[in-house]
Design a protein around this ligand. Structure first.
Ligand code: KG4
Ligand code: ZN
Length: 357
């Protein structure tokens, strides 16, 4: 019997250099043969955010080493690789270009297909690395750059139901953490702060909670947190503010998810069975708990990626690559990086002042 296809995935869209090899499997769930992620936290920490120039330089320095490591760990020889899949957008253009050039060079020298992958589609499909999921399903994508509810109707088939009209949720976590003096990236550490605080101590706003369907807004929250931090005197008050922020986010997602459930059923004229929550912020245990609660109440199965696959990684890129490979959906070697690649091309631009909901 011919061997099952093996895909080598590459991810360099922001501040993680990642390479992974996966192999198709009869079970319908691909096997992860290796999954190496190298983060750049130490490089960007002193600047309080990702510096594109430094990120790209680090990708250039590391991509070869990470690829060698991933290939060695997978115990696969290069001649067995069926195709190379690489993130082509969205992200920082100079970072995307590093992975793209590396991937194209590999595909060209091995004379195998090259496949460009939308990073957001990687997050959208990431739970399929450990579980079979039937289309259509509802996706809540919560990452550092994106916050959207989408109906996932098939590979490459997305309908956006709601989006943030300002900050992404990960961005809101990171900005709030910064105001509390937590070092970048603050999201995961803010959650730990919150565990030590009183969530009822500070009342924070829930922007556009009663309007705009399942669209979301977080910028007003950040302003409210800023005002409070100006008057904070003790460490305990910082914990209380973190807990109040975490609790407010959970309540916003609870209310907006419920609206998204209804919008999904209306849009697909079918009952919602599966709710997937993916992206870096899906690692937040308070959010997980709250969304499990509301899904159980509504008889909907909720699915999260494995903790290790919530943040940026190349296994999810290889997974999309594998699905495209099976459809012979390949790209030419002149594919360009697209920093603004979206999932639903038909969705209206909904950002900034003057947005009408
Ligand atoms: O998906 P991701 O790794 O990168 C993007 O594609 O943006 O998401 C990174 C974001 C960061 O903003 C980070 O602070 C946030 O996810 N994040 C968290 C947690 N873990 C990561 N936010 C809240 N709680 C967490 N436990
Ligand atoms: Zn991401």
């Amino acid at each position: 019997m011919p061997k099952k296809p093996i895909i080598l995935g590459i991810e360099t869209s922001c501040d993680e250099t990642a390479v992974s090899l996966i192999q198709d499997d009869d079970s319908g769930i691909p096997k992860i043969l290796s999954n190496i992620v190298s983060s750049q936290f130490d490089i960007h920490k002193e600047f309080g955010g990702v510096v594109p120039e430094l990120a790209a330089r680090s990708h250039v320095e590391k991509i070869n080493i990470i690829a060698e490591k991933a290939i060695k760990e997978s115990a696969v020889s290069l001649s067995e690789v069926s195709a190379i899949a690489t993130t082509s957008g969205p992200g920082l253009i100079i970072c995307l270009s590093v992975g793209l050039n590396f991937g194209k060079a590999m595909a060209s020298s091995l004379n195998i297909p090259f496949i460009g992958v939308n990073h957001l589609e990687g997050h959208a499909l990431s739970p399929k690395l450990h579980k079979k999921i039937e289309y259509p399903y509802l996706l809540l994508l919560i990452s550092g750059g994106h916050t959207q509810f989408l109906s996932v109707n098939g590979l490459g088939k997305y309908k956006r139901l709601g989006t943030t009209i300002d900050d992404a949720l990960g961005e809101a976590f990171d900005k709030t953490a910064k105001l509390l003096g937590i070092e970048f990236p603050g999201g995961p550490k803010l959650e730990k702060f919150a565990e030590k605080g009183d969530k009822s101590k500070f009342k924070l706003p829930k922007p556009i909670i009663n309007k705009g369907g399942c669209n979301l807004s977080f910028a007003g929250l950040k302003t409210a947190v800023l005002k409070i931090t100006n008057n904070i005197k003790s460490e305990q008050e910082k914990f209380d503010l973190a807990a109040s922020f975490q609790n407010t986010i959970e309540e916003i997602l609870h209310i907006k998810s419920k609206i998204a459930f209804e919008e999904f059923s209306k849009s697909n004229l079918t009952q919602l069975n599966s709710f997937v929550v993916a992206g870096g912020v899906a690692a937040n245990s308070g959010i997980r708990k709250k969304l499990i609660e509301i899904s159980n109440e509504n008889n909907i199965e909720i699915i999260f990626p494995d903790m290790s696959l919530c943040g940026d990684n190349a296994a999810m890129i290889a997974l999309v690559g594998l699905e495209k490979y099976k459809l012979k959906n390949f790209d030419d070697l002149d594919l360009q990086a697209n920093p603004r690649l979206t999932l639903d091309k038909n969705a209206k631009f909904l950002k900034g002042a003057g947005v009408v909901l």
